[in-house]
Design a protein around this ligand. Structure first.
Ligand code: GLV
Ligand code: MN
Ligand code: MN
Length: 386
């Protein structure tokens, strides 16, 4: 908890917590977490995508690697647990197991991913997709940094990826449970929408003769609110941006999510048609640019089953729930089985400085992750978990 506080003070902005991909604050965060990993006896390095990696090697010949972790970047004006808790819970569990003299038949690597939120380039999972080798040419063309592809890891190298994360919703609190097990992660679309109209004088242009880009954008925001799935316009730029000038151009972000890919895709198609109708009716031009699409991801049955048993051994009823938020596990699912443990967070508040977790709940997560590693170690001899 003290480490979360210290990390929470490392920010690119004064007075609020913001850490974006490869920013000065991210470099300081990696240095600090890297020093804690070294203290725990791990081999520490940063890869070509600025992911921080701390490795606990196994002495077993031909061992594969179990990956644990989450991300160290944040949204703008963030809370201090979304991301870091998954890295620090893993570090606490590994520290405990190493100190108790356990030897595992697989390497354990703890990763602090460099970009899950997509704040810098509006495209998520840069770090974890670089590691998974799924960055596209379009992704790479959008960003200034070069060489991210070198972070790609060998196919078949990983036994699996287990991520601990705050729930970011109210379900565990309602059930009075400290932790829960994730079954699936909702799919998401991110779209950039641009309305182009005519700027003009706010006093002299009659209402009937206007082509106000912001009025068109406002209609699309309301259509998104009614589209039947979870949809959000979180950014909007209005140009030229003066109180006495009719808005000539608006660029907005649209984020659409659902656990069922078909329903999400249908909603996106409808919203695109809405945007075109709105533009045609108002004499605007519209550009609809899909930025990113990730499908819903199912967590691995075997790893999830292990989490269920470890949660039960920790004396907690194993509640399964779906994740409406995106996670690095989505990117990792392209190359290995993934599983997730959620930690209760106060009132489900997240992406907000009021984000809060209980010490005892975090302790429970550490116990569960340590137990899963030990159990995987016991099974390693008889299964392919090595
Ligand atoms: C990440 O937090 C996301 O779900 O956008
Ligand atoms: Mn987040
Ligand atoms: Mn997160």
């Amino acid at each position: 908890m003290a480490r979360c506080d210290r990390l929470g003070a490392i920010s690119d902005e004064r007075g609020r917590l913001t850490r974006s991909f490869h920013s000065p604050a991210m470099q300081r965060a990696n240095a600090l977490v890297g020093s804690w990993m070294r203290e725990a006896g791990l081999d520490v390095r940063e890869d070509a995508a600025f992911n921080l990696l701390g490795r606990w090697p196994s002495s077993r010949r031909g061992a594969r690697t179990l990956l644990l972790g989450s991300h160290l970047d944040t949204v703008r004006d963030a809370g201090k647990y979304d991301g870091p808790i998954g890295v620090l819970v893993a570090l606490a569990a590994v520290t405990y197991l190493r100190e108790s003299g356990l030897e595992l038949p697989f390497h354990v690597e703890i990763v602090g991913f460099s970009d899950e939120e997509g704040l810098r380039y509006q495209t998520t999972y840069l770090g974890s997709r670089a590691l998974a080798g799924t960055l596209t040419a379009a992704d790479l063309a959008r960003i200034e940094e070069r060489g991210l592809r070198r972070a790609r890891r060998r196919a078949g190298e990983f036994v699996g990826y287990i991520e601990t994360h705050i729930e970011q919703g109210p379900v565990l609190q309602n059930h009075e449970l400290p932790v829960g097990i994730v079954t699936a992660i909702a799919g998401a679309d991110r779209i950039r929408v641009e309305f182009q109209g005519n700027a003009g004088h706010a006093g002299t242009t009659p209402m009937a003769l206007r082509h106000d880009a912001l009025c068109g954008a406002a209609e699309l925001v309301l259509a998104a609110e009614r589209c039947g799935v979870v949809a959000t316009v979180g950014q909007m730029g209005v140009e030229p941006g003066a109180s006495n000038v009719i808005p000539g151009r608006v660029v907005l972000s649209l984020d659409v999510r659902h656990g069922d890919d078909r329903r999400r895709e249908r909603a996106v198609h409808r919203l695109e048609a809405d945007a075109r109708t709105i533009a045609a009716t108002r004499g605007l031009r519209v550009r609809w640019e899909p930025v990113q699409r990730t499908k819903a991801v199912r967590c691995d049955r075997r790893l999830t089953g292990l989490l269920v048993r470890s949660v039960r051994r920790a004396g907690v009823e194993p509640l399964k729930l779906a994740s409406g938020a995106g996670h690095d596990a989505v990117a990792l699912s392209a190359i290995c089985p993934v599983a997730m443990l959620f930690v209760r967070c106060k009132d489900g508040i997240s992406h907000h400085p009021a984000e809060s977790v209980k010490r005892a709940d975090v302790a429970c997560a550490v116990t569960v992750i340590a137990d899963v590693l030990a159990e995987l170690g016991r099974r390693g001899a008889k299964s392919n978990y090595q």
